[in-house]
Write a protein that binds this ligand. Structure first.
Ligand code: PBG
Length: 349
């Protein structure tokens, strides 16, 4: 029905009660009270949407704070088990552990990454033993393990070697699967790694291990605090622009996601989160696959810095920032706020 056809011929002013327009239509009616705002909410944040990234350290010290991420600590294996139990108690479906690897164990080829008994392997096994129902999502990437801080193998001329890196990533994925991980998350942005890891997992009898690919991962300044947490800011030579995506691009993200799906990714991720909500929305509406966003360390740091200063109200902005991911179409969010927000959701606010 066209609105203009309902206006009497020759009439210049629309009838006051004309349907589809003010004053008959008043958008504020549905916002007049809490009950109606709740009824009319289009998206909701639930504990089921949360993936909690945690940082691991080796040794006897239970907790070491992460600089620039107030409230986030690196935890040893025993403490990681307690964090995992906490996640289960809060109803968080999955955690994503990342290791701070002893600098003495880092080398040019990231050889520690493929060892079954490395920090990640021990943590994954211990967590699986304690809380088998908790999802474990673990990165395939070499940056915590390499002396040069890159996600892949570095040639003498400074190039990152794609295909040689994939071979190591497959071994890393198998070591993690052996330890009991539920899901491999390739975060390295090498071409073809999803298909190779899928084949390696299937070939070794790990057909049930999922792949959540960092499909559209941008070369971002927002990873700074994470790199402090895993100690790769100190080691990183140069930048990651030859493998991570140019922040200017969105069509390219569609191609990356299409390739990862074709190669067997079960779930895809966009990273960072808030500055890339347009990409999240495009991925979800184009492919309709399980789509995740990573609210990265720099996003956490920005919010926490402002909250600590009293410049922003954390009670308001944390849930608002997370809800934005749901509105954009994300099925879930990797967020360092996971335990905090899960606690609040449990308390009913
Ligand atoms: C490693 C990896 C990074 C993050 C997750 N996996 C950093 C990077 O690519 O340099 C970033 C997460 C964050 O900033 O919170 N491949």
């Amino acid at each position: 029905m066209s609105v203009s056809r309902r206006v009497p011929a020759g009439s210049q002013t629309p009838a006051p009660t004309q349907a589809g327009q003010y004053p008959a239509v008043r958008m504020r009616r549905n916002r007049k009270a809490d009950w109606t705002r709740r009824l009319n909410a289009e998206t909701r944040l639930s504990v089921d949407d949360l993936i909690w990234p945690i940082f691991l350290i080796d040794g006897q010290t239970a907790r070491v704070p992460v600089a620039h991420m107030p409230g986030v600590d690196r935890v040893n294996v025993a403490e990681a088990v307690r964090e995992a139990e906490r996640a289960v108690a809060l109803g968080i479906p999955a955690i994503a552990p990342f290791p701070y690897v002893d600098p003495g164990l880092r080398d040019a080829t990231g050889s520690e990454a493929v060892k079954a008994q490395n920090l990640m392997g021990r943590a994954v096994a211990a967590i699986k033993r304690a809380v088998p129902q908790l999802g474990l999502i673990t990165d395939a990437a070499l940056d915590p393990y390499t002396s040069h801080g890159h996600d892949g193998l570095l040639a003498d001329d400074g190039r990152i070697l794609n295909d040689a890196t994939i071979e190591v990533l497959c071994k890393q994925a198998l070591a993690l699967a052996e330890a009991g991980t539920d899901c491999i998350a390739p975060s390295d942005m090498m071409d073809g790694r999803v298909g190779a890891i899928r084949a390696a997992l299937d070939g070794a009898g790990f057909g049930d291990v999922q792949i959540m690919s960092y499909a559209a991962k941008y070369a971002s300044g927002f990873y700074g605090p994470f790199r402090d947490a895993i100690g790769s800011n100190a080691t990183l030579k140069g930048d990651k622009r030859t493998y991570q995506m140019n922040p200017a691009n969105s069509d390219e993200a569609m191609r990356e996601v299409a390739l990862d799906i074709a190669e067997g990714a079960d779930m895809v991720m966009v990273k960072p989160g808030m500055p890339y909500l347009d990409v999240v929305q495009r991925v979800k509406s184009t492919f309709g696959v399980p789509t995740y966003a990573y609210q990265v360390s720099g996003e956490y740091a920005m919010l926490m810095a402002a909250i600590k200063n009293g410049w922003l109200d954390g009670e308001r902005v944390i849930p608002e920032a997370l809800l934005a991911f749901k509105r954009a179409g994300a099925d879930g969010i990797l967020t360092y706020f996971a335990p905090e927000i899960a606690k609040r959701l449990k308390a009913g606010h």
